[in-house]
Design a protein around this ligand. Structure first.
Ligand code: NAP
Length: 299
């Protein structure tokens, strides 16, 4: 019989991921801080708290915003008992949020002290990848624990990579964010340059997406920019959280992340002008503010 999966955090990513687990035949018990969202995942059994979800589950998936939020749902906060309080020996906690590798190792120790095991398994592929069950999942932890959890991962993702011991999944995810944010800047520069040159940016995207410059950003975010659609698949505030994690880690390693520093500053402009809940394709708006050009606008 399929293991019962507890799911904590039904946001943009968590909700479709929980739906895919249900579709794959797993019984799912879910908890979300804003309780009303649980009803959106038709077929899940509502849990009363992270602790109660853990007490009813064999595998507990966490997908919340940031490091402190994962700490809150695992350790408990403000009278809401955390996963550790209900954890059954032999259960596996899988954190699919993007958070600090160091805190990941600390939480692993706490889970193991209570007889469970822990995998960090951040994802890439965006909201669309979560909906279609095609996420790339970067896993840190024991190989045997990953094998046990593999059917759970296969319900949500396509490429499942064992990156190394606990924390290695988060490190690889930060590498992903370094590459993603600089791809985003490259696309934004090409779009503003194209617009100012008087060539249709939609035509440019179509042409270059099939060549050496093709990327996930160009194919998925480029057309949204031309259509002036800045609704979030991935929010600027979350991208900034990830860039801060990468910059902090690089600082400790004495590794320069010059490009990431620049993108972090430009996203700061976007946050100031348009708010952190706008989608990451809005990076282009920092360049638009500098040039006075609107991509997709009148030429
Ligand atoms: P989101 O839509 O903002 O959802 C965040 C979820 O976390 C919500 O369910 C929220 O509950 C919950 N939450 C936040 N703080 C909490 C706390 N202190 N205690 C309990 N629950 C809390 O974010 P998302 O886009 O799904 O992202 C989730 C994670 O996936 C993040 O770490 C993000 O970096 C990562 N990620 C996102 C994408 C993407 O394209 N969106 C791609 C890859 C990875 P409420 O409903 O009550 O607010």
């Amino acid at each position: 019989m399929a293991e019962t999966v507890g799911f904590i955090g039904l946001g943009i990513m968590g909700l479709p991921m929980a739906r895919n687990l249900l579709r794959a035949g797993f019984p799912v018990v879910a908890w979300n801080r804003t309780t009303a969202k649980v009803a959106l995942a038709e077929g899940v059994q509502p849990g009363l708290s992270p602790a109660e979800v853990a007490a009813r589950s064999d595998v507990i998936v966490v997908c919340v915003t940031a490091t402190r939020d994962v700490e809150a749902v695992i350790e408990g906060v403000d009278g809401v008992p955390g996963v550790l309080e209900g954890l059954r020996p032999g259960s596996v906690v899988i954190d699919m949020s993007t958070i600090s590798p160091d805190v990941t190792r600390r939480l692993t120790t706490l889970v193991r002290e209570r007889g469970g095991d822990y995998l960090d398994a951040p994802v890439s592929g965006g909201e669309q990848g979560a909906i279609s069950g095609t996420l790339s999942i970067m896993v840190g932890g024991e190989a045997a624990t990953l094998e046990r959890a593999r059917p759970v991962f296969e319900a949500m993702g396509q490429r499942i990579t064992h990156c190394g011991p606990v924390g290695a999944g988060q490190t690889v995810k930060l590498c992903n964010q370094i590459a993603v944010c600089l791809n985003n800047l490259a696309m934004a520069e090409a779009l503003v340059f194209c617009q100012q040159s008087g060539v249709d940016p939609a035509v440019m995207l179509e042409a270059i997406s099939a060549g050496a410059a093709g990327s996930w950003q160009i194919s998925n975010l480029g057309p949204k920019i031309v259509a002036r659609d800045f609704a979030p698949g991935f929010k600027v505030a979350l991208q900034q959280k990830d860039l801060r994690l990468a910059l902090e880690a690089a600082d400790a390693l004495h590794v320069p992340l010059a490009g990431v520093s620049l993108v972090h500053q430009l996203f700061g402009v976007v946050e100031g002008r348009h708010g952190g809940d706008t989608g990451t394709q809005a990076l282009v708006r920092a360049l638009e503010a500098l040039t006075g050009v609107d991509v997709g606008g009148a030429r």
